[in-house]
Design a protein around this ligand. Sequence first.
Ligand code: ATP
Ligand code: MN
Ligand code: MN
Length: 358
Amino acid sequence: PKPSEITPAVRMKSYACQRRTPLKHHNSFLTDALEILAQNAEFSENEGRSVAFRRSASVLKALPHVVRSMDNLKDLPCLGEHSLRVIKALTNVFGVGVRTADRWFREGLRSPLDLIPTGQKLNHAQQAVEYYNDLNTPVTKKEAMVISDIVDKAVKAVLPGAIITLSGGFRRGKEVGHDVDFLITHPEEGAEERLMPKIVNWLDDQGLLLYQKTTRNSYLESKDGPARPASNMDRFERCFSIFKLEQLDSDIHAKASSYNSGKTAGMEERHTGSIWRAVRVDLVVSPYSQFAFATLGWTGSKLFERELRRWAGQEKGMSLSSHALYDSKQQRYLRANSEEEIFAHLGLEYIPPSERNA
Ligand code: ATP
Ligand code: MN
Ligand code: MN
């Protein structure tokens, strides 16, 4: 090989705080993939696995060169078996260059996040790359509105009378987001139980899902009482999903560089009659009695939420979660039917969603 192609061995310290990690680095292709897997593990409440993926990603961020083969990873710390398999699958993609998404789709391959960790087949990894590319393209408000309509239709089809709220960044007025978040409830307490599988089946039957992972509600079984708010993860029934979103004509032209639109002239259009892209969607189902807390908790921003909890604990002797508000002095839960009431319980001036972009 030419001298420029020889990658020197890197001696890397094992703690992230011992090394320099720039924002712009050489391996975002791999670290994006690992961080999506980390997020997915977090959603399945597998914190150990999630941290393992994040540590691996962080090691790659600190590398002064692009990873081109498994040899480049020799002697690096924190790269577990699982992460190595993912990296192997993805590094194989380099140099292939042909976009065969249409073929994967005809083969019925749909779940990148399930498939990559096995790392067996090249085409699985390529499909994943395609998703990562899409998932790194910000979701526009317009796309969020299209998805809102779809979710609305799905939920109302399986549970008439249900209430659907757009939450997360779009509720705060953001123009773009990394995903679209929805909170779902029904005025009749209990009607919402085990609702998610029905919604997911409906969406799947319409061919609208590329991937989904549903987690059951574990609030009632959980042992953490008000005294120990174990983590800021809530316990609602929720679904981490990737929607297959049909592209609007205007968007296709705007995103001429994306992989999917590259298929416009090719096979994909002939086979499915449509052009689509992958979009991350979070769905959360809350009982009506907890809906105000869930709405407040899922509107964000993350820092705003953290600060609310800190205020509640340190200034008010209360414990706030996405499920409830507990007053330690009175030793009782405080009820609320709206976000305004929660702010009032906390002795705070009401701040509307558009001003929670802390
Ligand atoms: P973006 O535009 O990047 O999506 P966002 O503010 O919508 O920004 P999200 O990560 O979608 O960010 O989170 C939305 C809200 O949901 C945040 O307030 C966050 O605290 C809350 N949230 C996300 N995941 C969980 C979880 N597992 N448990 C409880 N709350 C969560
Ligand atoms: Mn969001
Ligand atoms: Mn989200």
